[in-house]
Design a protein around this ligand. Structure first.
Ligand code: SME
Length: 221
């Protein structure tokens, strides 16, 4: 069965679980169990969450399935886990023996992925997965985590109706008639992300999009 179909099964199970259990810790434990049981190469699955108010900031192991680990508390300047939480970026390590940041949890671990979880634009914790296989986490696995994790963070997110308010305002309000080229959030103009001002990236995005839909761009670049 392809990775995407297995992930789809996990997502369905998690959606059902979300309806049954309200405590975040139960949900995390359920997600760990599902990923560990259904994904053949996921040999250790756990959630580390940032301890609230801790100085210095500390990741605390909240739920896991797999071998016991000595790393139940990880400061942000240690490990792959600390690096992912402090950078806010997913880290994939194809061969843990070659990464000096790696904190060993089991001798059998060969590769690892750590996916930060954001709540209201700030890192709140992360999903950490270890595999006994080298380079176990491909693009398909990585792309799937948003789907897997979204039921978990839904309580912190806007509802569909709340999410539509800015688009409806922009489409219907006389206050913004004729206005173009600006980014809005919560019905107010805002500066968009730093990467959105990267003209090289925007040209590449045009080109890739045009190639994907078979469009000839002409003189636009
Ligand atoms: N390997 C992690 C530590 C957590 S254990 O794998 C469970 C790291 O390097 O941060």
């Amino acid at each position: 069965m392809p990775v995407s179909s297995r992930i789809e099964e996990v997502r369905n199970e998690i959606t059902a679980l979300t309806a049954r259990s309200s405590a975040a810790k139960d949900l995390m434990q359920g997600v760990c169990r599902q990923l560990h049981e259904r994904m053949l190469k996921y040999n250790w699955v756990g959630f580390y969450m940032l301890e609230s108010g801790a100085r210095p900031p500390m990741l605390v192991l909240e739920a896991f399935v797999g071998a016991m680990t000595p790393h139940t508390r990880i400061p942000l300047n240690q490990g792959i886990c600390g690096a992912a939480a402090s950078s806010g970026k997913t880290i994939v390590v194809d061969d843990v023996s070659k990464d000096p940041r790696y904190l060993a949890c089991s001798l059998e671990t060969r590769s690892e992925i750590v996916v930060p979880i954001f709540v209201k634009k700030a890192v709140a914790g992360e999903l950490d997965i270890d595999s006994h296989f080298p380079a176990a986490f491909g693009a398909e696995d990585q792309a799937a985590f948003f789907t897997v994790l979204s039921p978990l963070i839904r309580p912190f997110m806007k509802s569909t109706a709340q999410g539509a308010v800015t688009s409806i305002y922009l489409a219907s309000s006389a206050q913004v008639e004729g206005l173009t080229g600006q980014y809005f959030a919560n019905s107010k103009p805002e500066r968009s992300s730093k990467s959105s001002y990267d003209t090289g990236a925007s040209r590449r995005l045009w080109q890739v999009s045009a190639d994907l839909v078979g469009l000839t761009i002409g003189s636009r670049n």
